[in-house]
Write a protein that binds this ligand. Structure first.
Ligand SMILES: NC(=O)c1ccc[n+]([C@@H]2O[C@H](COP(=O)([O-])OP(=O)(O)OC[C@H]3O[C@@H](n4cnc5c(N)ncnc54)[C@H](O)[C@@H]3O)[C@@H](O)[C@H]2O)c1
Ligand SMILES: [Zn+2]
Length: 359
């Protein structure tokens, strides 16, 4: 079993990764002294697919099921979970085990952070995005009608248990959406990871354990290391935003309906690469390699009808603008990154048109 350690401020916890790990979940929970009063928080779909295996691995754990579409990631849903926990007499010594994608993980984490001012949290991520990104780093929370992820906390799990076998049931589009974040880690931090995805793309899509475990583990390692250096996103953690300025703006102008998050990030990475190349900060061959691998992964939703002007407007409102300055994350060659504070709207506009947006 692979193990990656996260240390963030006072918090230290392990991420375990193994194909088929679910069968050993109970043992892992016991070994890490997880209190015996345990509650799964999952969604009806995920529970239907994997609940039986979870219940077998961790018997006497009460399941609380919440709807997991992005539109349900809000306080009323969280409130329903509080109600269940109160009725089931969950106390300070209880543990919440999140079994689901990023939506369930973010909500369950927020529930654990706030119920009785904080109870133990375990993350069992079931989407690729959750396994390489959202279950690690301690950001938990919900959306507000006026914006995404506006209500939340920093609250770390005491254990993250990653079983890539759970991804076998994941729809291909969801799986690909997570892969774009893996490509992000490669682009910013590891040429080896980037090359591996290209080389093993077929085995990865076939969800073979041998192909998935290494890319998930390296992604976790990269995220864990930046989180450890920088828990609250000022310096090194900025790297995680590669592709996210333009990507987030694309999600906003399409009202979060057209793209899976990772798909918008794929475009965002392509735009960032255009800026990097135009500035002479990134070799054109690396931009080409990025384009090739994104194409290999499959078609992205179209952007030809989207207006550059509107996307720029959305980027201007991005919360990553600190004191009026946009810290644009650029790749300086596959495996390394930097930030630039002087990327102009004109540069970004040009890059957006290059990747296919209209004027
Ligand atoms: N906390 C963080 O640091 C962080 C980082 C990135 C993203 N996020 C959040 O994560 C969320 C997106 O997460 P996501 O992409 O996992 O989406 P998701 O949680 O909505 O899951 C996507 C879909 O896959 C289904 N699903 C989950 N596991 C499955 C499985 N094993 N088999 C079949 N179907 C399965 C879900 O029911 C859902 O319909 C967003 O809300 C985003 O804000 C948080
Ligand atoms: Zn992302």
């Amino acid at each position: 079993m692979l193990r990656v350690d996260v240390s963030a401020g006072q918090n230290r916890y392990p991420i375990f990764i193994e194909h088929g790990l679910t069968a050993q979940l109970g043992r892992l929970l016991d070994q890490s002294n997880t209190p015996k009063r345990r509650f799964f928080i999952s969604s009806p779909l995920v529970w239907k697919l994997h609940g039986k295996a979870m219940a077998k691995a961790a018997p006497r754990t009460e399941p609380i099921l919440l709807p997991d579409g992005e539109r349900h990631k809000q306080l009323v849903t969280v409130s329903r979970a509080y109600e269940s926990l109160i009725k089931l007499e969950a106390d300070r010594g209880s543990t919440v085990i999140a079994v689901g994608g990023g939506v369930i993980g973010d909500m369950a984490g927020f529930i654990a952070s706030s119920y009785l001012r904080g109870i133990r949290l375990i993350q069992v991520p079931t989407t690729l995005l959750a396994q390489v990104d959202s279950a690690i780093g301690g950001k938990v929370g919900v959306n507000h009608a006026l914006g995404k992820n506006l209500i939340g906390a920093f609250y770390h799990p005491s254990l993250v248990a990653i079983d890539p076998a759970l991804l076998e049931t994941l729809p291909r589009r969801e799986f690909r959406a997570g892969l774009y974040e893996v490509i992000k880690y490669g682009m910013t931090s590891s040429r080896d990871l980037f090359d591996r995805i290209g080389r093993e793309i077929d085995a990865i899509f076939a969800r073979k354990g041998d192909a998935l475990v290494p890319i998930i583990a390296e992604s976790c390692q990269i995220k864990a290391s930046v989180v450890s250096l920088d828990e609250k996103e000022s310096g090194p953690r900025r790297m995680l935003n590669f592709g996210h300025t333009a990507g987030h703006a694309l999600e906003v102008v399409t009202k979060y309906k057209r793209f899976r998050h990772g798909e918008a990030i794929a475009y965002g990475m392509l735009a960032a690469a255009e800026i990097g190349v135009a500035r002479g900060a990134m070799p054109a061959t690396d931009r080409h390699a990025l384009g090739t691998i994104i194409m290999k992964l499959g078609p992205l939703p179209p952007v030809g009808d989207l207006s550059t002007k509107e996307v720029l407007e959305a980027a201007r409102h991005d919360k990553k603008i600190v004191d009026g300055t946009l810290h644009y994350v650029l790749c300086t060659g596959i495996g390394s990154w930097t930030t630039a504070k002087d990327v102009t709207e004109e540069e970004l506009g040009k890059a957006l048109r290059k990747i296919g947006l209209k004027r």
